[in-house]
Design a protein around this ligand. Structure first.
Ligand code: IPM
Ligand code: MG
Length: 370
């Protein structure tokens, strides 16, 4: 028996609970078929937490998160919360988790499944076999920089302010994660900033170079300006292996990269904190897609990004690479068999619901385990 692993499940809003339900199904399967037992707590986040506690995540929930081995996060937000303050809106729950758990390294793989290459807005030959990993800095930059706010000017105008700020160590630690991951892949890192207009970008380039020269000279490092990177991702995405970049550029570039893979509904992510003495990292796993309020509650959501986020949890938090491989293979097989939720539907394929997709994954795992 493997020792219990403490997992906090935060389904959130919109399609969050639906896609998380299919991870529950997987967890039950692992429990029965592979004797992997998780100690799962479920709680509220986002709009759901705001309705109950007046905050996007309660202090009690934060305590549980701080004491968990991993957090599984669904999605937050919806139009009904669009006009409340930044500090209580659903996204604030996610931002607090990232900040308080110190989840500074956000891993966003953009993988194009063969079966979905035609669903990409780019030509098959540009995206087929694509495997890019974006490492986004997640606890610094303009998302958290001070000063920030909206102020009134004497002439009656208003001024909105946000601050892009990075320190040496903030840059170095996320670059180290990127270099480390590159060693297990194609050994290439492209560091992305805007050093042509931003001092913080110049520092980013200098520190990325420092980490390369002093700690990872065996990995290939290149630099690119963020606007060019956006263009190159659409022009020739397969030129990249690992991209490391700041919080805001990473947010944008990972959305661009997601379209290469055919659907935002397919992409998982992992957010990792610093290693403690025992080598463990705090971690949160979430799909890149949002809460999709327009299709919530209709069984139409694609659970595969959430399911692959769960696979990333197995791999990065619990060192269960083999089980993660099983889940990822099941996803490929189900796609190869022509099963599709609405977002990735194509001619000649079989349209199924969120729940049926979850069932198809466990049925596939049953086959592999047989
Ligand atoms: C993401 C999202 C978040 C972000 C929002 C929901 C705060 O877009 O994870 O990419 O901007 O980081
Ligand atoms: Mg985003």
């Amino acid at each position: 028996m493997v020792a219990n692993k403490k997992v906090l499940m935060l389904p959130g809003d919109g399609i969050g609970p639906e896609v998380m339900g299919e991870v529950r199904r997987l967890i039950d399967w692992m429990d029965k078929r592979r004797s992997v037992t998780f100690d799962v707590t479920e709680d509220l986040v986002g709009g759901a937490a705001y309705e109950k506690h007046g905050a996007a995540i309660s202090d009690d929930t934060m305590d549980v998160a701080l004491n968990s081995d991993a957090v599984l996060f669904g999605a937050v937000g919806g139009p009904q919360w669009d006009n409340i303050g930044f500090d209580v809106r659903p996204e604030a729950g996610l931002l607090r988790l990232r900040k308080d758990l110190d989840l500074f390294a956000n891993l966003r793989p953009a993988i194009c499944f063969d079966a979905l290459a035609d669903a990409s807005s780019l030509k098959r030959e540009l995206v087929g076999g694509l495997d890019v990993l974006i490492v986004r800095e997640l606890t610094g930059g303009v998302y958290f920089g001070e000063p920030r706010g909206i102020e009134d000017l004497p002439d009656g105008q208003r001024r909105g302010i946000n601050t892009q700020v990075y320190t040496t160590e903030e840059i170095r630690r996320v670059c180290r994660v990127a270099f480390d991951l590159a060693k297990k892949r194609d050994n290439r890192v492209c560091s992305v900033e805007k050093m042509n207009v931003m001092e913080s970008g110049l520092l980013w380039r200098e520190e990325a170079t420092w980490v390369h020269e002093n700690e990872f000279s065996e990995v290939e490092l290149s630099h690119m300006l963020a606007d060019n990177c956006g263009m190159q991702l659409v022009r020739n995405p397969k030129q990249f292996d690992v991209i490391v970049t700041d919080n805001l550029f990473g947010d944008m570039l990972s959305d661009v990269a997601s379209m290469l893979s055919g659907s935002l509904g397919m992409l998982p992510s992992a957010s990792l904190g610093p290693e403690d003495e025992s080598g463990r990292r705090r971690a949160l796993y979430e799909p890149v897609h949002g809460s999709a309020p327009d299709i919530a509650g209709q069984g139409k959501a694609n659970p595969l990004a959430m399911i692959q986020s769960y696979a990333m949890m197995l791999r990065y938090s619990f060192d269960m690479g083999e089980d993660a491989d099983l889940v990822e293979q099941a996803v490929r097989n189900v796609l190869d068999a022509g099963l599709r939720t609405g977002d990735i539907m194509q001619d000649g394929m079989t349209l199924i619901s969120c729940e049926q997709m979850g069932e198809a994954i466990t049925a596939e795992l049953d086959k592999q385990a047989a």
